[in-house]
Design a protein around this ligand. Structure first.
Ligand code: CAO
Length: 465
């Protein structure tokens, strides 16, 4: 396509800039449009960015000129030969003039393919800058593929994204470099976690506004979002949405997991005698319409532990510099429901006996399974217990239910041989897993607390049952 326009200084050509040979790729989305109609461009300046599954590639114009018409838009899908833009080429003098007159445009120029800071996630396939081509050397006929003057550089289909490398186009890398932004710190909001211009500016604004770490969970670091994976490439799949509870509790669990330095202290309690007592009292509970499970003894032991170790019955305040010590004893119980995990709170457990607690537990866990808990019933806990003992296991790491500072995980009791100094005896041993916030509780205190719990269960009669 040629159109000769008599200008005052030169003859200009309308040239189609097309997608060059991009290797084995076909139907590749346009993830960035770097120019607008009316922009002056220099030879080798990038016009658009394309993206395959694993790599990005900028397509430059082989000649200088003015963008007369843009033929692609964001998210268009293009293949080799697709027309990107119609360019009005200028002669050398005009090119120099326009480049000088539009200084900011030079920001958009391609850089050599050696941009490797921060690990190369996005493969910059822009060729090394070539000397501007004299207009006269561009054939004023038909299309100009990007590869005519800029040798095609195929996308790197095998490029993988290491976990902590930034995924951004070369243009965004340049932009970030100009602002002094370390791209590995920025969370990408575009598909597959790719970083776009807005992500960089948001990061800068956040840094300028002084975002900082606090006890409240303002974590002060960004995590790269999960990559989009097409699992159906490997076999049949089906999509199932998470339940509302899973979505809500998932956010809390994630924040607590990454925001609190967890350590889990494991111990074993000899509950042989306690189990005998529990079984002996089972019928009494049954008559009242509920079961007497080990959980109520664990609630009582936990209350005793919180009374003995007040820092376990505490929360960090918003500043992260003070502990709020609580004088009440409300225990959260993790309940498994068809819709996900919920943690209703049993109040004033220090003032209730094991039968009252067993009755309340039966009632509130049924309410939880029926999806009828009110927000108030899930608030105000001091310490939580997550019991998987009815199911099995030998230990696990429960996640602290912030703003609490510790949680007790309970696994299934079993008969284990215990050495009494002379012989092994079969004893019923209950595994305890105490996760604690290491900012508030040190390891020695946690070991003492876990031992204390075990001791209370072993000497259960000493508790106020
Ligand atoms: N060791 C051995 N047996 C145990 C036990 C233990 N640690 N804990 C409970 N059991 C027994 C009970 O005695 C009961 O036996 P019977 O059926 O013979 O009476 C059986 O296991 C089932 O107990 P249960 O689970 O119905 O009752 P519970 O009081 O122990 O627990 C509740 C109640 C609501 C906490 C529980 O049903 C539940 O939902 N647990 C799951 C909690 C959870 O999902 N935690 C994970 C959170 S992190 O994702």
């Amino acid at each position: 396509m040629v159109e000769y326009t008599k200008g005052s200084h030169a003859v200009t050509d309308r040239i189609e800039i097309v997608v060059p040979d991009i290797g084995d790729f076909d139907a590749v989305p346009v993830i960035e449009v770097l120019v607008e109609a009316g922009d002056s461009v220099t030879a080798e300046q990038s016009l658009i960015t394309l993206e395959s599954d694993k790599a990005t590639m900028e397509v430059p114009t082989p000649v200088a000129g003015v963008i007369n018409e843009l033929r692609v838009a964001l998210d268009d899908v293009v293949s080799e030969g697709h027309v990107i833009a119609i360019l009005v080429a200028a002669d050398e003098n005009e090119t120099e003039g326009s480049a000088a007159a539009s200084e900011p445009e030079t920001e958009k120029q391609s850089e050599p393919a050696s941009q490797t800071e921060g690990g190369v996630a996005a493969v910059d396939t822009s060729p090394a800058p070539a000397p501007p081509s004299p207009v006269g050397s561009v054939e004023p006929a038909s299309s100009v593929a990007g590869d005519r003057q800029s040798p095609p550089v195929p996308m790197d289909a095998d490029a993988t994204l290491p976990a902590k490398t930034a995924y951004a186009s070369p243009a965004i890398r340049r932009f970030a470099r100009e602002l002094g932004v370390e791209l590995t710190q920025v969370v990408g909001s575009a598909q597959g976690g790719r970083i776009v211009r807005e992500d960089v500016t948001r990061f800068v604004k956040s840094a300028l506004s002084g975002a900082k770490t606090s006890a409240a969970g303002d974590l002060g670091f960004d995590l790269p979002p999960p990559r989009k994976i097409n699992f159906s490439r490997y076999g049949e799949t089906e999509s199932q949405p998470l339940s509302r509870i899973q979505k809500i509790s998932g956010g809390h669990l994630h924040r607590n997991w990454i925001g609190i330095p967890h350590v889990t202290q494991n111990d074993l309690a000899d509950v042989t005698d306690m189990e005998a007592y529990r079984k002996a009292n089972g019928a009494k509970a049954q008559q009242q319409g509920f079961k007497l499970t080990p959980l109520v003894f664990l609630i009582k032991a936990s209350v005793a532990g919180l009374q003995e170790f007040p820092t376990f019955n505490a929360s960090l305040d918003e500043s992260g510099e003070n502990l709020v010590l609580k004088k009440y004893f409300h225990i959260g119980i993790a309940v498994d429901t068809p819709n996900g995990l919920v943690v209703p709170v049993l109040r004033d457990c220090d003032q209730k006996d094991i039968f009252q607690l067993a009755g309340e537990l039966a009632q509130i866990s049924q309410k939880a399974r029926d999806g009828e808990l009110t927000p108030t019933e899930m608030q105000g806990g001091c310490f939580s217990i997550s019991s998987l003992g009815g199911i099995g296991g030998t230990s696990f790491t429960p996640i602290i239910n912030a703003p609490e500072v510790a949680i007790l995980g309970v696994s299934r009791s079993s008969i284990r041989p215990q050495w009494d100094g002379e012989s092994f005896n079969p004893r019923m041993m209950l595994p305890l897993s105490l996760s604690y916030d290491h900012r508030v509780i040190d390891g020695a205190s946690a070991a003492r607390f876990a031992r204390y719990l075990a001791g209370r269960l072993e000497d259960f009669q000493s508790m106020d049952l």
